[in-house]
Design a protein around this ligand. Structure first.
Ligand code: UT7
Length: 321
């Protein structure tokens, strides 16, 4: 069994940190409520000159440096985002230009919070199929720009940021390493539980995020547990063999409940939601990069990525570093 190899990672955050107390000065909420219900203590919010493309480009540069590669070594960019710089062209093409990658393939994937899992799986498939040799897989968002800042049930939950990984097509030395198994799902019947109430073809506006949080929570625990088991089964790996779970960082309580259902000890779950809040497609690669850089995740580790978000969409991917 061998899949595309993960050669490096990088991440980027906006300059400005916003604490729960700062939010509570403007919105009818409290640090106590936010911490108790979600685990979030702060989030980063993009300012002037910071966009999804600039954050993505910074994360991609860091990932290239980590992998010891140059922009010219990349012939595929798959960027997951629900907050593109423009309706078109794809933000991936802006990143391609900013990095100085010439030619190759660049496109966006829209799967909201599970966007990174979708992008990783698409890039891995394209690399295995021989469409490209080395890919940048990026999750980048500026959710602060689609939040309704008068809706306390959603605006306290999200933040901005980007994360990226470099993937290489499987080669002679990749036996047992790389992306070992991935599973993706979607259920369009759940549209109304998590969506944006605008768009070019409907309202000709960007719109704002709307979420029925309690119901999303319930679905998330069930769907994530199921897809994690599917991936373990496909890879013929037991939950005990996993070194690290890197989940979508929506809510510390969802992370706890999902890990408990699978029998994975909490110390094997990477949790960054306290620092970054929910950064949608950026959250998994951002958490992964954070844990690699602080020395927790090491070469050779078996890592499970998982996420669920609007659509609904959800998925998981098992990677041997
Ligand atoms: O990334 C995509 C996937 N998204 C998710 O996975 C999010 C999943 N959902 C969640 O994380 C949680 O459901 C939330 C954090 C969104 C909400 O937590 P909850 O424990 O489900 O709270 P709730 O919605 O049941 O609300 C409880 C109470 C309500 O008041 P009443 O009706 O009990 O009087 C809310 O009005 O908390 C109130 N409330 C707030 N209070 C202070 C809601 N938002 C706030 C707030 N500050 N920001």
């Amino acid at each position: 069994m061998s899949g595309s190899r993960l050669l490096g990672s990088g991440s980027a955050l906006p300059r400005r940190v916003v604490t729960n107390d700062e939010l509570a000065a403007k919105v009818d909420t409290s640090d106590e409520w936010i911490v108790e219900r979600t685990g979030i203590r702060q989030r980063y919010i993009a300012g002037e000159g910071e966009t999804t493309a600039t954050l993505a480009t910074d994360a991609a540069r860091a990932a290239l440096a980590d992998a010891g590669l140059e922009a010219r070594d990349i012939d595929l960019i798959v960027l997951a985002t629900a907050t593109p710089d423009n309706t078109f062209p794809a933000t991936a093409t802006k990143v391609q230009h900013a990095l100085g990658c010439n030619g190759g393939i660049a496109f966006d994937v829209a799967a909201v919070c599970s966007g990174f899992l979708y992008a990783l799986t698409v890039a891995d498939s394209m690399l295995r199929a021989g469409n490209a040799r080395r890919a940048l897989v990026i999750g980048a968002e500026t959710f602060s720009r689609i939040l309704d800042w008068s809706d306390r049930t959603t605006c306290v939950l999200f933040g901005d940021g980007a994360g990226a990984v470099v993937l290489e097509a499987p080669g002679e030395n990749s036996e047992g390493r790389g992306v070992l198994a991935s599973r993706l799902h979607a259920d369009g019947a759940q549209h109304d539980l998590l969506y944006v109430d605008g768009g070019p073809s409907t309202t000709q506006t960007v719109g704002h995020l709307r979420m029925k949080g309690r119901e999303v929570f319930r679905h998330a625990v069930v769907n994530l547990s199921e897809v994690l088991n599917e991936v373990l089964e496909e890879a013929k790996v037991s939950a005990e063999e996993i070194d690290w779970v890197v989940p979508h960082q929506a809510n510390a309580r969802i992370l706890d409940a999902t890990a408990k259902k699978l029998g994975i000890p909490p110390e094997k779950v990477i949790v960054t939601v306290q620092d970054h809040a929910n950064t949608s497609a950026a959250s998994v690669p951002l958490a992964f990069d954070t844990a690699r850089r602080d020395g927790r995740i090491k070469p050779g580790d078996l890592v499970m990525f998982e996420a669920m978000g609007g659509g609904f969409t959800w998925g998981a991917s098992l990677v041997r570093l």
